[in-house]
Structures are given as C-alpha cells and as structure tokens.
Design a binder for this molecule. Structure first.
Ligand SMILES: Cc1cc2nc3c(=O)[nH]c(=O)nc-3n(C[C@H](O)[C@H](O)[C@H](O)COP(=O)(O)OP(=O)(O)OC[C@H]3O[C@@H](n4cnc5c(N)ncnc54)[C@H](O)[C@@H]3O)c2cc1C
Length: 335
C-alpha cells in the first residue's frame, strides 16, 4: 500500500533515479525508518529514498528541490531526539544513507580513513583496528549509528576527554549541497591553514545545510595497553576533584572517566536486573587509561590511585584483571 500524498508520476521520477529498490513508499516498508530508536517518536514521510551512489544523492536533491519536497537525511536513526524523522507531518522524504556504506580508504601510514557517510561506526572501528589503528569515537549505538550521522550530530561518546568530539576527529567531508552540487572537502592534511574551515559548518548541523556523503577521519595508534578501574567515592565533589587529579597524575593517558551515580545503577537494573556495581558507594567512577607498550600503565594507575586514596578521594577500587572484566565494567555504564 502506498502512502496517500505521493503522486505516482513523482514516484516514477524518484524510481528513475534510484531504481525500484531505492524507493520505499509502503507503510510497512517505511515503518522502521519512521520510528526513532527509543520508540518515543513516530514520524511520517512521503517516501524513504535509498540512494546507492553519490550521483544519485545529487539527482534526488535536485528533483526534490524542483518539486518542493523537504528532505530529511537519515543515518542509523539512533539520534534519540527525532532529528532523523518528520514528526510534524510535513511534505518530506527521508533520504537514508544506508546503501552508501563502503570504506573508501585506510591509510595507516598517514593515520587517515575515508568512508561513505552510511558506513556503520563499528565497521569503521573494525577496519581501523585491522590496520593496527584506533578510531576512538565510541558510543553505545556504535553498532547502528553511521559516520555521516556522527558528523551531522557532532557525536561525543566515552573517549572525548582524550580524543575530542566528532568535530575534532574529522579531517574532511564530502557534502551534497541544497542545489545538488557536490562539495569535496577531503584534503588528507592535518596541518592545513588554508582559509575557512568550511567542514565545521556541516558538523553538528543535523543535515540542515546539506547531505554528507563521505567522511574523512583521523586515526590514532592502537593502544597496546589499557587499564580499567571501577572506583567508589563518597560524593560528586570528590569525583570532580579526582578527575582533576587524574589529569595531573596520568596526563593524556586518561582515555575515559565516567561518573556514575548510585541511582544510575538502579536504572541500569531496569534494563538488566543482573547489573551489580563492583563497589558499593554513592558515587562511582569508571576510569580507563591507555598507552603504547613502552609505558608501565599499571604502575601509573596504581600510583595515581594510591595518592587519591591517601587524600580520601577514593574509598574503594577494583582494577580489571582481564579484558572480560573491563568489558563488564563498561556494560554497567552502557546500561
Ligand atoms: C544506546 C545509545 C547511546 C548513545 N550514546 C551517545 C553518546 O555517548 N554520545 C553521543 O553524542 N550520542 C549518543 N547517542 C546518540 C546517537 O547515537 C548519535 O547522535 C549518533 O551520532 C547518531 O548517528 P545516526 O547515524 O544514528 O544519525 P541519525 O539519528 O540517523 O540522524 C541524526 C541527525 O543527523 C542527520 N543526519 C544523519 N545522517 C546525515 C548525513 N549523512 N548528512 C546530513 N545529515 C545527516 C539527521 O537528519 C538527524 O538530524 C546514543 C544513542 C543510543 C541509542
């Protein structure tokens, strides 16, 4: 069943660009694209369009522009704030980037990766790892969200302290503008002071200025050592003081520092009743350090914690002795 409101000549024109499998206009086929991840929001669309090439995105933008149709770009639809669906029932189509999902280049010498905007974040992380590199953007939705969506929302995640937000991790963008022109902002250069940094306009713009079709990101050396600890503290004030101490003692080795109030554990239990905090304390901190193999990371962590306990900032600490235990700590945070 097609949705009332989309005339069949328009459907034909859209199909001429992206082919029959590139247009979804029936209610059941569109349902998954019109519901946000939380299930809190539902939207409408005249159709869901799934271009398979950048040229198709350009042609769709030109056609929709000429017909006066609004366009909502959609990545993994994990944004949680209904940005990728039309909850106002306007005359809009959704342009899903899911078929534009290739890794274009991994350059481990230059620590650069280029990918289509519809590439799932986890796929980018896996490809980086295979090249002995790290793409540090990490969030609970990484198995579903797409790099174009990460750029469009300026995603943060758990490694912002050390590596910054998506804005800091993106070297270049490729964007289809409102008139269908392609803006190619890939440059591969870190040291680049040529004029305006136009890509920054598109980062965090949530698709209002164009459809991102390609993303060039910075890679980093893959840490050979990772130390994770779960800490118990008396108060949020102590956690803030501990954070300052961690920055001073461990410097840039701190890759994550998550403050978890006891009430968060109660909430996490609603999702997984088996959730048990490794320490019993009103405020908890999950800290992660990471480094190359040349750093005695365990000694840094133990030294830092000894000082923090002496100052009374930390009352209890569990150091992960295996990757599995560290993963268990992170599962609590994600919950
Ligand atoms: C379990 C969970 C944990 C999360 N944790 C975090 C977190 O720690 N930090 C954080 O920042 N976010 C987090 N999020 C939110 C979400 O994952 C991010 O905002 C993510 O970057 C969205 O990517 P997406 O591909 O799903 O984008 P979508 O939800 O599809 O779109 C988000 C916005 O970007 C626009 N957009 C999408 N793709 C493009 C494109 N190619 N070109 C132009 N505009 C586009 C859309 O129109 C929309 O406005 C979490 C979400 C979940 C479900």
């Amino acid at each position: 069943m097609t949705v009332p409101g989309i005339a069949s000549p328009v459907l034909d024109a859209l199909q001429n660009i992206v082919g029959a499998r590139g247009v979804i206009a029936d209610t059941s086929g569109m349902a998954g694209y019109l519901r946000d991840w939380s299930g809190d929001y539902r939207g409408t669309a005249l159709a869901v369009l799934r271009p398979g090439t950048v040229t198709e995105v350009q042609a769709l933008v030109r056609l929709c522009g000429s017909l006066g149709l609004g366009i909502i770009p959609q990545g993994g639809n994990t944004g949680l704030v209904a940005g990728a669906i039309d909850i106002n029932a306007g005359s809009a189509v959704i342009v899903s980037l899911e078929r534009l999902n290739a890794i274009r280049l991994v350059d481990a010498e230059n620590f650069i990766l280029q990918a289509d905007a519809g590439c799932v974040l986890q796929t980018i992380k896996d490809a980086s790892e295979q090249a002995d590199c790290l793409f540090p953007l990490a969030l609970g939705a990484q198995g579903s969200c797409r790099i174009g969506g990460n750029a469009a929302t300026n995603a943060g995640g758990v490694n912002v302290l050390r590596y910054g937000m998506a804005r800091d991790l993106i070297l270049g963008l490729e964007v289809v503008l409102a008139d269908g022109e392609l803006w190619d902002g890939f440059c591969g250069l870190r040291k680049n002071n040529t004029g305006y940094d136009l890509k920054q306009l598109f980062i965090g713009a949530e698709g209002t200025l164009g459809i991102i079709t390609g993303v060039e990101v910075k890679l980093f050396p893959k840490p050979a050592r990772v130390e994770t600890a779960y800490l118990g503290l008396a108060s949020f004030e102590a956690a803030v003081a501990l954070f300052g101490q961690a920055r001073r003692d461990c410097s840039d080795l701190v890759s994550a520092f998550e403050i978890i109030g006891d009430e968060c554990i109660e909430l996490a239990r609603l999702i997984d009743p088996e959730t048990v905090a490794p320490v019993a304390a009103p405020v908890q901190v999950l800290i992660e350090l990471s480094s190359s193999a040349l750093v005695d990371l365990n000694a840094v962590l133990v030294g830092f914690l000894a000082g923090a306990m002496e100052k009374g900032l930390v009352s209890d600490a569990v150091l992960a002795t295996s990757g599995a235990q560290a993963k268990g700590f992170w599962a609590i945070r994600e919950g």
